[in-house]
Design a protein around this ligand. Structure first.
Ligand code: BV8
Ligand code: ZN
Length: 259
């Protein structure tokens, strides 16, 4: 079934110079990465807010670490899907494309997207809460299941933003700047329940962007979007790229870049 991409949407895109894709867990669902609020096996008995927070980690570091190891394993075994790849392809059709993601799974970069802003961190990075030393996956020592810094013995944690924690200021500021100067904002695969990230599509709209939600289901953001495309991102985004190519969108960009 082909998704309905309205002429209004395609015209706004055809005239756009800057596009921002704001993405959530749903864009990785078709790669096999479970979403937060879907069913995800053994972890369904916990709400993400119960595990993705500092108190949970301090009171039970091995449980929280186990949750991240299980997710890191899945994320390491899966591939970017056609939705990630189509977003990367969009970079050739517009002078500026920015991916602002809430995801920590690295799949946008692995798909080839060049300008990716990670609002909630990245599962491949870890750091010591004592001395700040950085660690990647298997360098970490474990003492009775507790990840310890080999330098100072401090607790090593994933470099992700937990509930109650500030977002990385540089990523946030750059995301706000990009979305406030966007001509089109695509909100893809997010339920729009986690703040302050979920405010971003509204910022874009307030600054004149045409906002489009790509999601098989209704979300907290649907009402405020200019348009919703009810479909899966791995199907809708490749169709969008094909439609733009058939309209010759982006050829002029390539000409500019060729000079
Ligand atoms: C903070 C990293 C304060 C870790 C995550 C108002 C303003 C500010 C804060 C708050 C506020 N109200 C409440 C808060 C507190 C809190 C919050 O938002 N709580 C919620 C639950 C109400 N926010 C915070 O704590 C934030 N920090 O506010 O700090 C502060 C201020 C000053 C000084 C100090 C502190 C930090 C929030 C970050 C939490 N970390 N992740 C990790 O990943 O383990 S959040 C987590 O949820 C992920 O990042 C995830 O991406 C994100 C949002 O979820 P979604 O991505 O939308 O995923 P979800 O499963 O919900 O939905 C999937 C969607 O995909 C669905 O709609 C589905 O239909 C769709 N879908 C499925 N398949 C497909 C699809 N779509 C397309 N195609 C498909 N095939
Ligand atoms: Zn240390």
């Amino acid at each position: 079934m082909t998704a309905i991409l309205s002429d209004r949407f395609l015209d706004r895109l055809a005239r756009a110079r800057s596009v921002v894709a704001f993405t959530g867990a749903g864009i990785s669902a078709e790669s096999g990465v479970p979403t937060f609020r879907g069913n995800q096996g053994i972890w369904t008995k916990f709400k993400p807010e119960e595990l993705a927070n500092l108190d949970a980690f301090l009171s039970n570091p091995s449980l929280v670490w186990e949750w991240y190891s299980a997710r890191r394993k899945v994320m390491g075994e899966v591939q970017p899907n056609a939705g990630h790849l189509a977003l990367a392809r969009l970079e050739q059709s517009f002078p500026s494309v920015t991916v602002v993601t809430q995801n920590i799974d690295n799949l946008h970069r692995r798909a080839g997207s060049k300008h990716v802003l990670e609002l909630h961190g990245n599962i491949d990075r870890n750091y010591c809460m004592g001395c700040g030393a950085r660690y990647v996956g298997d360098e970490i020592l474990f003492k009775e299941g507790i990840p310890q810094c080999s330098g100072c013995g401090g607790l090593v944690r994933p470099d992700v933003v937990w509930f109650g924690e500030m977002l990385p200021l540089d990523q946030w500021d750059e995301s706000v700047k990009a979305i406030e100067s966007a001509d089109v904002v695509l909100s893809i695969g997010t339920s729009g329940v986690v703040f302050p990230a979920a405010e971003l599509p509204l910022y874009g709209k307030r600054h004149g962007a045409y906002t489009v939600e790509i999601n098989p289901e209704e979300t907290e953001l649907s009402e405020t979007m200019d348009e919703v495309v009810r479909g899966k991102s791995a199907q809708v985004l490749p169709e969008l790229v094909k439609e733009l190519e058939s309209r010759g969108v982006g050829k002029q960009t390539q000409k500019i870049s060729r000079k």
